[in-house]
Design a protein around this ligand. Sequence first.
Ligand SMILES: [Zn+2]
Length: 465
Amino acid sequence: MLDLKIRNGSVPDFEAGAMLAADIGVKDGMIVSVGRVEEAAKAEIDAEGLVVSPGFIDIHMHEETLVPGAPEPYDIARYMLAMGVTTAAAGNCGNTRQAVRDFLDFIDANGSPINYLTFAGHNSIRARAGVASPYEAATPAQIEAMAGLVAEDIEAGAIGLSFGLEYSPAVSFAEMIGAAGGAAGREILLSAHYRSDGPDGLSSVRELIALSEETGQAMQVSHLVSCTGFGDMRESLESLAAAKARGVDVLADSYPYDAFCTRIGSAVFDDGCFERWGKGFGAIRFLQEPLRGTTCDEASFRLAREEYPDSLVAAFVMNDDEAVMAIAHPLVIVASDGIYNRGFGHPRGAGAFPRVLGRYSRERGALSLVEALRKMTLLPASRLRLGRKGRIAVGCDADLVVFDPGRIVDTADYDSPTLPPLGIEAVLIGGRLALSPRGGPLPRLGRSIRREAIAGWSGGRKANA
Ligand SMILES: [Zn+2]
């Protein structure tokens, strides 16, 4: 007897590049049959007219600050689940909001709305190693301390090391090599928010390719749209493809919006940014109180940088057609880069995946449904070496999202950044209903996924080590 049968769904077959009609049988959290399933089940979902996809895997997002003891300690994880994400990678752009071990231990003890992996964030490690400011170069002793902290975080379960170079202008190439040396012969995944954007975007991408070559580690270039979506997207994609062709293990991710989002006090908004973007103060919109909803001018820009440096803002500075070009490229994984401060932030954290399916694929025809799904499931799963996720096949985890392909679309916007999408009918984690449109309390079926629990990483020794 099956635990669950999902009947008559349309299921992506990534090998064939097509959607196929199939039933899915689930038992003990796993997919045990795909195709014509006759066996009886304790529960059934009729998916006639609906797509049944592997749960979306968000390789690039920003986790919440967990609030132990609060009735609802999770923030962004709830919005992730509501848009079909069942597994997410935290700790991106060099930043972890709490220690890696504390984060994963909390999830082990309390469950989570989604499965979580995490990177170790280099900027957070840099501060722990005693570098006082992002504008201050690290000493050799501090770099050595960083390598030790990276090693600790990998042992605590981090899958890799993320950089946020634009936030820490003083980080040198040698510092990155030194910090990555904490992997000490183990394979890890590097991810990096590049050094600069706009006209400096291409050279920034090349620096990350060089870092991958130098360390021998795989490199995930973060949210490409906000790096080279200023006129250089095509060339940046070509340089990634050329690196890949000569054997460098490099991919990128990107989100489907023409505005980026970060803290107003960050180094991204240092002198010269508006010249680089060819835009003025009016391109920035405040997403948090006390200036929430207002457009920036010189006075509010200076005031906020001084008084509310942690306040999130959106900067409408990238080209929309290049956001689409990035998402449609075969080397680019769909990711949200979602970030919230207690529910305030950019709508991408609640809308990125449905937006690609509804607007980029269905409405604009920029990529097929099956290709869009591949970039949300199989591609990030293989990048993260999650061998049992990202596919609908016997033996895979029953993390699934059921949606209406004719209706799915994001509704979150810059005024209401956490609104759930339309068209998601059900989300399952480990074969159990994690979210249904009928609402109700979330059962927190998500688990931590530590590096040593992932066969593809724990056995991974670097070839040149
Ligand atoms: Zn970033």
